[in-house]
Every structure is written in structure tokens, then in C-alpha cells.
Design a protein around this ligand. Structure first.
Ligand code: SF4
Ligand code: SF4
Length: 119
């Protein structure tokens, strides 16, 4: 079984993805490409496309629920790194579950994830 996120991507097309402005500031070690972000409030930016009624991150490639990838995976914001797949750490994650449900995908089960992670 392949990693569930590779055939999902729902969280990248369901939530506003915000980041501290410094994450897109190369002089401060920020890696996120600033052109893929927009200003959001006084001290934040957000990924383009995610501050919308129907969010869809500009960096998300592919089709949600089929096959996806992040075009800036190694430079993605902290919020993306922190959003963990349900059961990755042995507990469900409502953010993962809600995004999947919004796209008509079944929520991940502990068995699904244990199998993928070889536990
Ligand atoms: S919603 Fe969950 S399974 Fe889907 S890409 Fe995000 S973390 Fe992965
Ligand atoms: S930057 Fe990548 S991981 Fe983060 S929301 Fe966009 S596509 Fe998803």
C-alpha cells in the first residue's frame, strides 16, 4: 500500500495555510517561495489559493483523492509539516479526517496507517 497522502491531498485543498512572514524571507532562512504566498494580516502570509472560499494551494499538483504531490515539498511551510496524517502518531487527527470527509474520502483507520508504516 502506498502512502495515503499521495492519493489524497485533501488538507492542501480544504484549509487556509498560513505561515509567519519570515518563513518566506530568504535573508532569515525562510525557504517558502514568496511568489507562492500572499500577505495575510500584519505578520503572516498564506499560501496562494488557500485564502479562498474553495481553498486549493497553488503548490498542490495532481487531483485530490487520486494522485497528488507538493511542488515545494522540501520548502513547504511549517504548518504543512505539522499537519499529521490520522494515526501517524497513534491517534486520530480531526484536521485530516475533516478534510478527507469534505472530499468524500473515507477517514484513515489505525489499521490502514499501521500497514503503510509497517507497524
Ligand atoms: S488529509 Fe490526511 S491523508 Fe490527506 S493528505 Fe492531508 S494528512 Fe494526508
Ligand atoms: S505547500 Fe505543499 S504541503 Fe503545503 S498546502 Fe501547499 S501543496 Fe500542501
Amino acid at each position: 500500500m502506498h502512502h495515503p497522502c499521495l492519493s489524497c491531498g485533501a488538507c492542501c485543498a480544504h484549509y487556509r495555510v498560513s505561515l509567519h512572514w519570515s518563513e518566506a524571507e530568504p535573508d532569515l532562512g525562510g525557504l517558502v517561495p514568496i511568489a507562492l504566498t500572499e500577505t495575510f494580516g500584519a505578520h503572516q502570509r498564506c499560501m496562494r489559493g488557500t485564502w479562498a472560499e474553495r481553498p486549493h494551494c497553488i503548490a498542490l499538483q495532481g487531483t485530490v483523492g487520486e494522485s497528488v504531490s507538493c511542488s515545494i515539498y522540501d520548502a513547504r511551510p511549517g504548518a504543512c509539516r505539522e499537519l499529521r496524517m490520522s494515526w501517524e502518531d497513534g491517534t486520530p487527527n480531526p484536521q485530516c479526517d475533516q478534510a478527507r470527509i469534505a472530499y468524500g474520502l473515507a477517514v484513515l483507520t489505525r489499521d490502514d496507517v499501521d500497514r503503510v508504516l509497517g507497524r
